[in-house]
Design a protein around this ligand. Structure first.
Ligand code: SF4
Length: 325
């Protein structure tokens, strides 16, 4: 059966002021089903936010395409929630106007009364009562602002919600509440969610599958539980090794996180883009780009996935589904 969202060979290039070409995304392909959450993780600068912006039409791809149920998506079909809740809301508008604005564009004949009823119902849905209708963003907490941003995104009844670091600026306890809220809306509506985050623990909590990006390319894509317990790509292993764990004994015995900074996307390494930081790199890694290929139930872009799994089969991550790993 066809996936709801199909992304194929997406490529984005930016030209710098000096005329150099920066490849922000390269050959990105994945599917997203209705009712599914795909987590997208990677260090900053890996292309996560560019991917979000392409999907909602804010950035034009240089190559590839995204289709929704086989057709080009309409703007209302894919909605975006940004990281900074206060900055993403117009400070001069009341909560009611902020949420109503996209609906007014979609249903211009809706009466003022019906509009307010719809907005109040959506506000209720995101856990804020109608007492918040006439408040301004500066009167709200960060978590309340993000609930309003979510209500504004959901009022258009999108089929895909893209959360670009949508909980990163919130306190840990509020993060959990917003993630649970998104999961609840998803269960009721069959919404597909692309959940972009650098917090691997919270991504694990909400995602059915996880996509790992590095320097604009996919390194690994697989079922969430399997990827967290048995990371196959050296970069996924390194990312997970950097997540804090509460147990000091386990913390002492785990492998080292990846060292150094990613190379500049203006001068990416030849072959495998991760090779300059990879402890398993061999000559072939500099000469040949590893294709994303099936391995052990996941898709992995690594020439040596089999060797690495055989040499270090205990690369499993312990821990529960929430909190630190
Ligand atoms: Fe490391 Fe080579 Fe695999 Fe890249 S292809 S992750 S450099 S072993």
């Amino acid at each position: 059966m066809r996936a709801l969202l199909e992304v194929r060979d997406l490529g984005v290039r930016f030209r710098t002021r000096g005329g150099r070409i920066l490849r922000a995304l390269d050959g990105i392909s994945f599917d997203l089903d209705a009712g599914e959450t795909l987590g997208v993780v990677g260090e900053s600068g890996c292309g996560k936010s560019t991917l979000a912006r392409v999907l909602v039409g804010l950035v034009r791809p240089a190559a590839g395409r995204a289709t929704l149920a086989g057709n080009p998506p309409r703007p209302r079909d894919i909605q975006l929630v940004f990281q900074n809740p206060l900055a993403s809301l117009d400070p001069r508008m009341t909560v009611a106007r902020i949420i109503a604005e996209p609906l007014q564009g979609l249903a211009p004949k809706l009466s003022r009364r019906d509009l307010r009823v719809r907005v109040a119902a959506m506000l209720e849905r995101v856990g804020l009562g109608d007492a918040y209708l006439d408040r301004y963003p500066h009167e709200l907490s960060g978590g309340q602002c993000q609930r309003v941003a979510l209500a504004r995104a959901l009022i258009a009844e999108p089929r895909v919600l893209v959360c670009d670091e949508a909980v990163s600026a919130l306190d840990v306890s509020i993060r959990g509440q917003i993630v649970d809220l998104i999961a609840g809306v998803q269960r009721e509506s069959g919404l597909a969610v692309l959940f972009i985050a650098h917090d691997l623990a919270i991504t694990r909590r909400i995602s059915h599958r996880v996509l790992v990006m590095y320097l604009g390319r996919i390194m690994e894509l697989g079922d969430s539980e399997s990827l967290y317990m048995h990371p196959r790509h050296p970069y996924t292993r390194a990312l997970l090794a950097a997540v804090p764990i509460a147990d000091p004994v386990r913390a002492r015995t785990r492998r080292a996180p990846v060292e150094g900074e990613p190379p500049s996307p203006l001068t990416p390494p030849s072959g495998c883009v991760f090779r300059t930081r990879c402890p398993y790199a061999i000559a072939r890694c500099a000469a040949e780009v590893p294709l994303l290929r099936p391995f052990d139930g996941s898709l992995v872009a690594c020439h040596r996935a089999e060797d690495i799994a055989a040499a270090d089969p205990a690369a499993r991550l312990e821990g529960g589904r929430s909190g630190v790993l």
